[in-house]
Ligand binder design. Structure first.
Ligand code: GDP
Length: 761
């Protein structure tokens, strides 16, 4: 499995779902006959067959870390809000001994759920922050990376998904596959995360796991099958039959902590046989080894089936479906066993880094603890003891006291303290190795930074951060919340390099900029929700730019004589476009010979041109790809000053700008649409109307996948129009591609609007 380095641009994704038909549910009354009490319930963990480790082990060359690597899982739990993710996480922490009692999720007992480390989350009972916590189960270490419960497309969420090797998708057996489930699942697919599904809340009235399973097939396009069958449903739900081991499990004790294994209820045999056959058939579709046995009518042994499920799940060709009720303490331990049996260990997932010495060339990382250190800071938290930074180690070892290099800033840092996190509690450790997730204290960095031991210059994410394409004025309603407001903005900037904060020089308003309408909406919502600051927002504006297309000469004398010291400065030269592909956006060159202008005034001249280029005279947007060359000038022994030359430069730029034939550039987005083929014509027609250029059109089953380049300025409110054009069945993603010149008529329109607004001031 190859994973690509994630784009630095958050891709904005919008979707809607279509309803599907339901299938009848199954319910049965069991009577456990031979109940066997197992203190340490164990689903017979088999040896690993996947990955290169076993091969090495067979050759007798086992590396020192082989065992701990195979016994490591980094997983996320992803779900639609309210489907029970927090409750499930709580139960996992309880059964794995990380917490000693079960708290009410909604926090009525004043303690709240463990994973919700922020007070606000406790109060609301939903998980906003991503945090990492670890626990052990049957000798395996499981790191649970808590992906945010709300779905957005900020870089922060993308990073949390990136460090996962596998995930559990929680679905509600009553609500089924809802639009948000589709979105979280799509994210995981995009990040190539192998996953298990857990159909929760089987105890609730109206629970129908088979309907949910068929929705997973139709709406999520999962190639999936149940690996368990519930014994009873709703009020009567009290156990599960495991289709791999062909055993029944019941959950006794006040918190379901005693798992009792029994023969399956006799009246369920026919149904279980049917479901087991369905499981084998579905896995056989994607696993040749199992298909051979199945087609030859050979008996399928539990171990063979389990291995086939593991191979297919890790290859992301199959999703095993588990069932239970987190709230009623049923089905959580078998799910944990499923995590060990079916989800990959870190070396079974490949990742690559970007070599900064070789123009961001991709380098495969073997996940080897003996290799040079490569670790990604994927999450920052402000804690009681300062900044806590979560690191995923991809290669090598990190030890307390080590010197490590932040590749993004070039800074060398000593690791003062290394800990393993359990929500808001921690445990000091001496070292961590590839595959593990650790946290460090007192290391100043931004999230997304990569650390190495200095022997390589790799980064896990691209260092080329795109310029924001859209801006929005935002202001706190009450003056008292100014402090919280700036705190929020500071934090978001640290977490997300594509999110910027600036001041509008004219209006004095705070301007936030980002990669699109949705990206900015998310931050406004987070200011409100996480920092409790109500803010007024202006209309979103596209970040146009200006550039010149011709060379134009300037010769400007700035002279003022009004009492006191006068001002005198003359600058001559030309401006021209930078050659295509130039690494900088502004270049200043001094070709003066002799002392026409004393050299101490040159920086002021450069500053003047830079300042002037901040606001082009077409529509007041920054001018890019500009080269300014100074060839001559004049000065006065008494009246010349830095100010005089700076002003001369500003006026000189304005003087020659029009002659350089300026044009307006607009952000053009790469838009990918997926619509049922019947709507393809109207959707494509609409893209043309929006001045988009269609560059690809493929068929995927019953859907058409259209790729187009469309000016961002024509994409406002697109999700609403796509929904109405496709009866809610279309979806699209959008990401920034490049800035391109607008057409003549658009340029005229924009210039006229700008002039009118200037006139009105
Ligand atoms: P999250 O938003 O996905 O984290 O969901 P929560 O864990 O906060 O659960 C949402 C609500 O569903 C809470 O009131 C839980 O008590 C309830 N809940 C969670 N799991 C179950 C379950 O298995 N059965 C029932 N009946 N309720 C559940």
């Amino acid at each position: 499995m190859a994973r690509f380095p994630r784009p630095t641009t958050p891709r904005l994704l919008y979707n809607v779902f279509s309803p599907s038909k339901t299938t009848p549910s199954h319910s049965s009354s069991p009577s456990p006959t031979t109940a066997l009490l197992l203190g340490n319930f164990h689903l017979q963990l088999r040896q690993f067959s996947a990955g290169g480790n076993l091969a090495r082990a067979k050759e007798g060359k086992e590396p020192w870390w082989k065992d701990s690597m195979e016994r490591l899982r980094n997983i996320g739990i992803s779900a639609h809000i309210d489907s029970g993710k927090t409750t499930l996480t709580e139960r996992i922490l309880y059964y794995t001994g990380r917490i000693h009692e079960i708290h009410e999720v909604r926090g009525r007992d004043g303690v709240g759920a463990k994973m919700d480390s922020m007070d606000l989350e406790r109060e609301k009972g939903i998980t906003i922050q991503s945090a990492a916590t670890y626990c052990t189960w049957n000798g395996y270490q499981i790191n649970i990376i808590d992906t945010p419960g709300h779905v957005d497309f900020t870089i922060e969420v993308e990073r949390a998904l990136r460090v996962l090797d596998g995930a559990i998708l929680v679905l509600c057996s009553v609500g089924g596959v809802q639009s948000q489930s589709i979105t979280v699942d799509r994210q995981m697919r995009r990040y190539e995360v192998p996953r298990l599904a857990f159909i929760n809340k089987l105890d609730r009235m109206g629970a129908d796991p088979w309907k949910v399973l068929s929705q997973a097939r139709s709406k999520l396009r999962h190639h999936c099958a149940a690996v368990q069958v519930p014994i009873g449903l709703e009020d009567d739900f009290h156990g599960l039959v495991d289709l791999v081991q062909m055993k029944a499990y019941y959950f006794h004790g006040s918190s379901g902590e005693k798992v009792v294994t029994a023969e399956m209820p006799a009246d369920m045999e026919a149904f279980v046989a049917e479901k087991r056959r369905e499981l084998i058939e579905t896995v056989s579709d994607v696993d040749d080894e199992l298909a051979d046995a199945f087609l030859n009518d050979e008996p399928i042994l539990s171990n063979d089936l389990e291995e086939a499920i593991r191979r297919a799940t890790i290859a992301r060709k199959f999703i095993p479906v588990f069932m239970g009720s987190a709230f009623k303490n049923k089905g959580v331990q078998p799910l944990l066993n499923g995590v060990l049996s079916y989800l990959p260990c870190p070396t079974e997932v490949s990742n690559y880094a970007l070599d900064q010495m070789k123009d961001e060339e991709k380098v495969m990382l073997a996940g080897n603890p003996d290799g040079p250190l490569v670790a990604l800071a994927f999450k920052l938290e402000e804690g009681r003891f300062g900044q806590l930074t979560y690191l995923r180690i991809y290669e090598g070892v990190i030890r307390k006291g080590d010197f490590i290099i932040n590749v993004n800033t070039g800074k060398k840092i000593k690791v003062p303290r290394l800990v393993r996190m359990h929500s808001d509690e921690m445990e000091d450790i001496q070292e961590g190795h590839a595959g593990q997730i650790v946290a460090v204290f007192g290391v100043d960095c931004a999230s997304g930074d990569t650390f190495t031991d200095g022997s390589v210059k790799y980064t896990m994410t691209s260092m080329n951060v795109p310029e924001p394409v859209m801006s929005l004025a935002v202001q706190p309603v009450s003056k008292d919340s100014g402090g919280q407001f700036s705190k929020a903005l500071n934090r978001f900037q640290k977490e997300d390099p594509t999110f910027r904060v600036g001041l509008d020089a004219e209006s004095g308003q705070t301007i936030i900029s980002g990669m699109g309408e949705l990206h900015l909406d998310i931050y406004v919502e987070r200011i409100r929700r996480e920092y409790k600051v109500d803010a007024t927002v202006g209309k979103p504006r596209v970040n146009f730019r200006e550039t010149v297309t011709n060379r134009a000469e300037f010769d400007y004398l700035h002279k003022k004589q009004s009492g006191g010291q006068g001002q005198y400065g003359r600058v001559c030269g030309y401006i021209e476009p930078l050659p295509p592909g130039s690494p900088t956006k502004f270049e200043f060159e001094n070709l003066l010979v002799g002392q026409a202008i004393p050299s101490n005034f040159i920086p002021a001249i450069e500053k003047g041109f830079k300042e002037a280029a901040n606001s082009g005279s077409l529509i007041g947007h920054p001018v890019e790809n500009l080269r300014v060359v100074l060839t001559d000038g004049a000065s006065h022994a008494v009246d010349s000053s830095e100010l005089a030359f700076k002003l001369a430069a500003i006026y000189a730029f304005r003087q020659c700008y029009a002659a350089a034939r300026p044009v307006i550039l607009e952000p053009v987005m790469l838009v990918e649409l997926k619509v049922p083929t019947e709507f393809q014509g109207s959707v494509a027609g609409d893209i043309n109307k929006r001045k988009g250029v269609i560059v690809g059109n493929d068929q995927e089953g019953d859907d058409s996948v259209i790729t187009a380049h469309v000016p961002l300025n024509n994409m406002f409110g697109y999700s609403t129009s796509l929904r109405s054009m496709t009866q809610g069945k279309g979806e699209f993603t959008m990401e920034y591609k490049e800035h391109l010149p607008v057409s003549q008529d658009v340029q005229m329109q924009l210039v006229n609007t700008y002039k009118a607004s200037k006139g009105a001031e």
